[in-house]
Structures are given as C-alpha cells and as structure tokens.
Design a binder for this molecule. Structure first.
Ligand code: ZN
Ligand code: ZN
Length: 370
C-alpha cells in the first residue's frame, strides 16, 4: 500500500553526506516534507543545457548556480516527500500488468519491469486489454509514474560500431518509448552502450547520443526520459566512468528527455567502495561534480558479489555482498535517494520467490534513521 512502508522518513541530515551537499539539504521539516524554499529547483524543461559558460549572463548564472546547489536529484515527483520508495524488478510474464500485481504482493512502492521480451529483436505489440488492465491496476495500487523505471532490452547497443546494429537498437528504443507513452510511464532505463573495442569511446558516446536524439525525434511530443545507467567498467561498456554519462547528456538535444540511474553494484564494481563511508562520500562528490544531481531520476539498489573495482557486474542480495548492510544504511539515509524509484535487481530467493524481496525491502526500511 502506498505510504504504509514509506512512513519512515529520511532525516535529510545524514552524517555521511559531504558537507557541501548536506548544507543544502538540512531544511527538512518535522513532517518530513522538504521545506518549500529548500525544495529542489524544478528542472529545466527547456532543451538548453543546464550549465552554460556564457560570461554575459553572469547574474542569471549565479542564480542558476545557487539554485543548483540545492538540487537533491531530478525526481519527477509532483511534490517532494523526502521519503524513500523501494521496489524490485518484477516479472511481466503474461502481460506488463502482472508486474503491478507482483509488486503489490510485497508492498513495493516503486517498480521496474521489462516492456517487451529482452532477448529478441522483434516483439508483439502491447494488447489493448493489457494496457487497460495496466491503467486500472496502477490506479488501485497507487503507484505514481515517477516511481516506475522499466529496463530496456539487453540487445540494445546505441553505441555499436556497426551501423546496422545501431539502427536496430534505435528501432527497439523507439518501440519501447512508445510503449512507455501508452502506459503513462515517464522513465525508461538503458545501458548506454559498448564500443565493442572497435571504435573509440568518444565515437561510441557520439553514437549513443545520436541514437537517443533520433529516438526522441521519432517520438516527438512524448515526454519519456531515456535514463542512462552507470556501468561496472566491464569490457568496453560506456558509463562506468561517470563523466561519460554527462558527455552523452551534453550531446542529447532534448535535455528534458534524458536522465541517469545509479546502480550501486555497478558503482562498487567500477571502483567506489560503498562498504566504507569514504567510498560513499567519494561517489557523492563525483556524481555531483561529474554528472550533477539534477539528472538522477532512479537508482538500482544491488549489493555486489565482487569487491570495489572488480569490474564485474554480479548482483547480490542486500547486505549479503561486499557493500554490506552499513553501506546501504548510508544510501537510504541520504536525501539524494528520496522521491525516486529505488529498484532491487537482486537474485530471486530460491525458497521465498518474490516474497524474498519483501524481506529486502523491510531490511532497507529498517535502516532508515528515525
Ligand atoms: Zn541494467
Ligand atoms: Zn542495474
């Protein structure tokens, strides 16, 4: 039920947040509602870059900079609550609406799902009756669109060195974005792409941005954000270095339709030791300086089987991997992770099945400072 397990509130004064960040986020009322004057700025809906170096508009830049220092993240919530919302990647077997039913079973307050088969290039269209069921279940479950973060096909590689692969990837992305629109979904998560070791990273980044621009233009009038997930530095994937996410964003024309999802396992594998306060603070600092909190619209909460810097994408249940319970305590008490979907992509419990996610959700909620 919405609100039930979100009753615990994030204080907004997490000791683990670097000073320069916490300074901007301390004004959280007792009610847990972020004070209006301290509310993160509504993000630029214009297509202009958020940061500009134009010395002529210095006054405006100062104001913009001041406003930006108050940004916690790029949540699309109609109203900030200062709470965390945890869910898991639910199965959409038998129809996307089934993911809502599963999420409801474990009291999840956010959700991820696949909108089409993940390992095939072609997919049948969404059935109208499934779309209808989706909308009615969404209403009864009370799940807000800003807390739903579907995951894109694993086949998709917008950065591919092969033009034919890029074209196919754009086709799939357009189809996925249209599905999002039909379902009233605002966010769509993808892995940025891979150079496959055949082109430079710069070229790959340009391909990715170009693919997103084409997909945007082919779904013009839509408002679904393409959400770029950070990667684990495995192979030739783009996005393990956080700066690459920003480089893609800088090349995307419609800035209102792009965002970032932070995967904790991938960050750990890429070198941020989230088991330690130092490592967590380093991630916060780097995310702020290399990407910018205004772009963060979702998070994948996964523990990591491998240690920091292992460059291997191997998810583990919360608290049972190298990040550990204390690592997640810092995360759920950081205001940067409030009002966005926090999605578990952890291994399915062999005995409990989906109910295993209930335990993980409860564990995470128990870590929130009261
Ligand atoms: Zn992913
Ligand atoms: Zn992920």
């Amino acid at each position: 039920m919405p609100g039930k397990s979100a009753a615990k509130r994030v204080s907004g004064e997490s000791k683990s947040v670097p000073k320069k960040v916490s300074k901007t986020t301390v004004k959280v009322k007792k009610s847990g509602i972020v004070d209006k004057e301290n509310k993160p700025a509504k993000k630029d809906k214009s297509s202009k870059p958020l940061l500009n170096n134009n010395p002529v508009s210095s006054n405006r830049d100062i104001i913009k900079t001041q406003t930006m220092t108050k940004v916690l993240n790029g949540s699309l919530a109609p109203k900030r609550t200062g709470k965390i919302y945890v869910g898991y990647h639910a199965s959409s077997a038998g129809g996307v609406h089934n993911a809502i039913l599963q999420s409801r079973e474990v009291g999840a307050e956010a959700m991820a799902l696949f909108l089409r088969p993940q390992r095939t290039w072609s997919a049948p269209p969404l059935k109208p009756e499934v779309v209808d069921q989706w909308h009615s279940l969404l209403t009864s479950h009370g799940l807000s669109p800003h807390l739903i973060l579907p995951h894109g096909s694993y086949l998709l590689n917008l950065g591919s060195p092969e033009a034919s692969q890029r074209d196919k990837s754009v086709e799939v992305l357009v189809d996925e974005l249209q599905r999002c629109q039909d379902l009233g979904i605002l966010l769509f998560n993808i892995h940025p792409g891979s150079s496959c070791g055949k082109i430079s990273r710069e070229e790959c980044i340009k391909n990715i941005a170009q693919g997103i621009n084409i997909a945007h233009s082919r779904t013009s009038g839509g408002r679904v954000k393409v959400v770029l997930e950070n990667m684990s530095c495995q192979g030739h994937t783009i996005g393990g270095d956080l700066r690459e996410l920003r480089q893609i964003i800088d090349l995307v024309e419609d800035k209102a339709r792009v965002g970032v999802c932070l995967d904790t396992c991938h960050a750990m594998a890429a070198g941020y030791d989230l088991s330690s306060e130092v490592g967590f603070d380093k991630l916060l600092e780097d995310f702020e300086s290399m990407v910018g909190w205004e772009w963060l619209v979702g998070c994948h909460l996964n523990d990591s089987k491998g240690p920091a810097g292992c460059h291997r994408d191997r998810h583990e249940k919360i608290g049972q991997g190298c990040i550990g319970v204390e690592g997640f305590r810092r995360i759920v008490n950081s205001p940067h992770f409030t009002d966005i979907p926090l999605i578990l992509e952890t291994p399915l419990d062999e005995e409990l099945g989906n109910k295993g996610y209930l335990e993980e959700i409860e564990l995470l909620q128990s870590l929130i400072d009261s």
